[in-house]
Design a protein around this ligand. Structure first.
Ligand SMILES: NC(=O)c1ccc[n+]([C@@H]2O[C@H](COP(=O)([O-])OP(=O)(O)OC[C@H]3O[C@@H](n4cnc5c(N)ncnc54)[C@H](OP(=O)(O)O)[C@@H]3O)[C@@H](O)[C@H]2O)c1
Length: 250
């Protein structure tokens, strides 16, 4: 059974975040999502099983008040504060240290790392302040990556952001564990989503890779794992899930 009535998902307009929002709404949870793309926000909200189950906030995750805005929007719309935060906002960058577009390094590090740190701090603070009866579990789930675990010669700059994120997630888990706040890392391998095209990966090469090592994961495959985490009883923490397409090698 899900432990939450209201959940916030940053980066809910596409891919994994969209699938998480719809999966949770299907299970009767109220969900507040964010993203910059207003038309995709509207599309996800209108795909909810009941009108109003998902609300959207058009916002950039790099804004320092991003999470506070989502918290306030949830309280306004649903009359309850969120008890879980799922961090999906992120982006990729093709290429190596030598070949990637260095003009995008700043944005990559800002979105995947600095904005993630801000969001985690804000969500952790909000959840800590509103809990404390010693029985109610709260959750923070962060989408990392297999390339944040296994060194990637092919995608090292993006991978560096995920290595750093993984380290922060584990330290946050240790910091919050005694307060019944579970901090969970989810590390997907190849997922077919908006990720590849929006970051400019070579789609011909990606499609060939899928023919060799696919089928790749769908965003729903990842959402199902996140639901599993959120459904565990308060004394059980599945704190780290790595999932790959079965035929993916590294
Ligand atoms: N796809 C994969 O193979 C894969 C594998 C492992 C890990 N991941 C990770 O999974 C997470 C989700 O990626 P995805 O595959 O679902 O990709 P996606 O389909 O491109 O979704 C990315 C989401 O992040 C949001 N986002 C990006 N930059 C943002 C910003 N500055 N402010 C607010 N929202 C922002 C996007 O919303 P807007 O564009 O509307 O702002 C979108 O909702 C990322 O952290 C990614 O690194 C992906």
């Amino acid at each position: 059974m899900l432990n939450h009535r209201t959940v916030v998902v940053s980066g809910g307009t596409s891919g994994i975040g969209r699938a998480v929002a719809l999966d949770l709404a299907q299970a009767g949870v109220h969900v507040a999502i964010s993203g910059r793309d207003k038309s995709r926000l509207e599309e996800v909200c209108s795909a909810a099983p009941h009108p109003g189950d998902i609300i959207g906030l058009a916002a950039d995750a790099r804004e320092p008040t991003h999470v506070e805005q989502l918290w306030q929007a949830s309280e306004r719309a649903f009359g309850s504060l969120p008890s879980a935060f799922v961090l999906c906002a992120g982006r990729g960058l093709p290429g190596s240290l030598l070949t990637s577009d260095h003009q995008q390094w700043d944005e990559l590090l800002t979105v995947n790392l600095l904005a993630a740190m801000q969001q985690l701090r804000a969500a952790a603070t909000a959840l800590r302040n509103q809990g404390g009866d010693g029985e109610t579990v709260r959750d923070i789930v962060v989408i990392g990556s297999t390339v944040g675990r296994v060194l990637s010669a092919g995608n090292p700059v993006y991978g560096a952001t995920k290595f750093a994120l993984h380290s922060l997630v584990e330290s946050l888990r240790q910091e919050l564990a005694s307060q019944l706040i579970r901090v969970t890392l989810v590390e997907p391998g190849f997922v077919r989503s908006g990720f590849q095209e929006s970051a400019g990966y070579d789609m011909q090469a990606f499609n060939q890779l899928e023919r060799d090592q696919g089928p790749f994961l769908s965003a729903s495959d990842v959402a199902r794992c996140i639901r599993f985490v959120l459904e565990q009883p308060p004394h059980v923490h599945v704190d780290d899930i790595r999932l790959r397409p079965t035929r993916q090698k590294v």
